[in-house]
Design a protein around this ligand. Structure first.
Ligand code: SF4
Ligand code: SF4
Length: 117
């Protein structure tokens, strides 16, 4: 081992940074647990695109003094989300992700049927 088994200070810095970023990721499930929105707050630059395109008023911009002087998107109405994915597709910074377990189940069922043919 080139460093005599000692941890490299640069590696330590990188892992502390990764831990801090992971802490700044929030996952919000719907009440039925079928839809989950994940917000990577550290990537959000507060451009408001997602909150403007959302047809269900699920998203809102909030001042995020813990991060910077601007705002960051927040989920305010999770159970209204229809998993249309518009927010995820329109976000230029990959800061928001939508997972629909219903859609995933449907897709798997279709693939199974297609595989049986
Ligand atoms: S579109 Fe992306 S970067 Fe812009 S506010 Fe929404 S999550 Fe943040
Ligand atoms: S998936 Fe659609 S309804 Fe849900 S938050 Fe995004 S834009 Fe709004």
């Amino acid at each position: 081992m080139g460093n005599n088994g000692k941890s490299n200070p640069d590696d330590l810095l990188v892992s502390e940074e990764s831990a801090a970023l992971a802490e700044d990721t929030v996952e919000i499930p719907s009440t039925d647990g079928m839809t989950i929105i994940t917000i990577y707050r550290h990537y959000c630059k507060g451009c408001e695109i997602c909150s403007e395109v959302c047809p269900k008023d699920v998203l809102k911009m909030v001042v995020a003094t813990d991060r910077w002087e601007g705002s960051i998107v927040e989920v305010v109405n999770m159970d209204n989300c229809n998993a249309c994915m518009l927010c995820e597709h329109q976000c230029p910074d990959f800061a928001i992700e939508v997972r629909s377990l219903k859609k995933e189940k449907r897709k798997k069922a279709k693939e199974k049927i297609a595989g049986e043919k």
